[in-house]
Design a protein around this ligand. Structure first.
Ligand code: NAD
Length: 451
């Protein structure tokens, strides 16, 4: 590996790119680099995923098998569990999970373990980029010291005097903005923020990403790049909480919040619509803001908006269960002993992703109150044991008028596009709709309870 490698090296075509963590973020990123002509190696600790990838198979619904097959066949993409192969890579991109632990504090063990897997193989001139969402300071305070155990150095420096500061390797942070299932904005259309540990690292990362995304947005430090991602997600989390709170008020006031949002959204400036729902879901929005709250404590700072938004959003599944109880009560029934069908367990429509799905909490609360539950989700033929829930023996029930009609109530938790909402309402005795999925249904509106 060249010891005097310049940042401009990463403008090259046919680079050897290593992606660590081939999940929702890492896999599409790897395929995008392959598409641009680079030689990509996916590193993952899960041998099952590695063998599926090498066989050209996809394990993520919206990532086409044909695409993986194409780049495996053309030798632009392969996967491995052998981290010693990192020594031959030019640019190493880390896309491992950053969840919360049992106490809802950042669990950086995946990033830490990845650093420990990289450093024995780290070479002069390599570029390492962290993409996992995390608090400002992670790249410099956690990852850099681990990588420097290799004996190689990457100085933290900024400003005009540091333009050409010398280092042995390059290190940067660049947050992923992947929105699984979004057909309008794929990776190639989304601008990418990049911050280096020092200016040459920043330039190296800009050079690497420029050919594969719409636009690269350089910022002055890894901290600024880390914080930018958190601002984006906190913005969503807080606005979703706001609209969830206004929904609860609107329900009491007998005002249709969805109509209100659509009306407000006609303002061509200064407003952006957010929609209420049964609670937050997905790997990012319910989790990432708490990375910042945790870090803020080190600075004796209370992130009150984040805490308040968390409180409102966490209460939503309880609100849904109360709405089910009230609707059944109106029909002279109790939750206890009632047969309830849940539609949609994915955290949002049209994705095969269950992580942090509020449906799982709603199901737990309904079961605790004695409901007999079944579910349907075209993306999950069966459920399994998870960290917080055990739905091991549950299988998606087929949707037909007879089955739908056999339940005391149907709860629309996820508004998958494939559902025929008019037919569901026709067949059901009661529909509790958490997403306003039935907005276009005209028949039997008396069976629908919006919540
Ligand atoms: N999913 C999204 O929509 C999204 C969007 C933006 C940012 N992010 C962020 O990107 C990061 C990755 O999220 P994801 O959704 O791709 O996670 P994921 O769980 O889908 O994928 C992570 C992959 O990393 C692998 N892995 C775990 N530990 C490893 C290790 N030590 N070495 C190598 N591989 C390892 C896992 O086997 C898995 O394949 C997170 O920080 C997340 O917050 C996710």
């Amino acid at each position: 590996m060249a010891i005097d490698r310049k940042p401009e090296f990463f403008k090259g075509t046919q680079l050897k790119v290593g992606i660590i963590g081939c999940g929702y973020v890492g896999l599409p990123l790897g395929l995008r680099f392959a598409e641009a002509g680079h030689k990509v190696t996916g590193f993952d600790t899960d041998p099952k995923k590695v063998s599926m990838l090498n066989a050209g198979k996809s394990y993520i619904e919206h990532i086409q098998q044909a695409k993986i097959q194409q780049y495996v066949n053309s030798r632009h993409f392969r996967a491995t569990t052998d981290f010693s192969e990192l020594k031959d890579i030019d640019a190493i991109i880390i896309c491992v999970p950053t969840p919360l632990d049992e106490r809802r504090e950042p669990d950086l063990s995946y990033v830490e373990n990845t650093g420990l897997s990289i450093y024995p193989h780290l070479q002069k001139g390599q570029l390492v980029v962290l993409e996992s969402t995390t608090y400002p300071g992670t790249t410099e305070e956690l990852l850099l010291p681990i990588l420097e155990k290799s004996g190689l150095k990457c100085p933290i420096a900024a400003g005009p005097d540091a333009e050409n500061v010398a280092g042995d390797f390059f290190l940067a942070f660049s947050p992923e903005r992947e929105d699984p299932g979004n057909k309008q904005y794929g990776l190639a259309q989304i601008p990418k923020v990049v911050g280096g540990t020092n200016p040459p690292s920043g330039r190296a990362a800009v050079a690497l990403y420029t050919p594969i995304v719409a636009k690269v947005v350089p910022v002055s430090s890894t901290r600024a790049a880390e914080m930018a991602k958190l601002l984006e997600n906190i913005f969503r989390c807080v606005n979703i909480a706001l609209v969830n709170e206004l929904k609860m008020l609107s329900l009491r006031m007998n005002v249709d919040i969805w109509e209100v949002i659509d009306a407000a959204a006609t303002k061509p400036f200064g407003f952006m619509p957010f929609y209420p729902g049964p609670g937050l879901g997905g790997h990012c929005i319910p989790v990432d803001p708490f990375y910042l709250s945790w870090k803020a404590r080190e600075y004796d700072f209370a992130t009150r908006f984040i805490e308040l938004a968390g409180e409102v959003n966490t209460a939503m599944p309880y609100h849904v269960v109360e709405a089910v109880a009230t609707a059944l009560n109106d029909r002279k029934k109790a939750i206890k002993g009632s047969k309830i069908l849940i539609l949609g367990v994915a955290y949002k429509k049209d994705v095969d992703d269950l992580r942090e799905s509020p449906t799982l909490k709603i199901m737990q609360l309904l079961q605790q109150r004695g409901a007999e539950l079944d579910y349907n989700d075209p993306y999950f033929p069966q459920l399994h044991k998870m960290r917080h829930y055990n739905y091991e023996n549950m299988k998606s029930v087929p949707l037909n008028p007879q089955t739908i009609g056999s339940y005391d109530g149907v709860v629309i938790a996820t508004d998958h596009t494939s559902y025929d909402y008019a037919a569901i309402v026709d067949a059901a005795k009661l529909v509790v709709d958490t997403r306003n999925a039935t907005r276009r249904v005209v028949r039997h509106r008396d069976k629908i309870v919006l919540c």
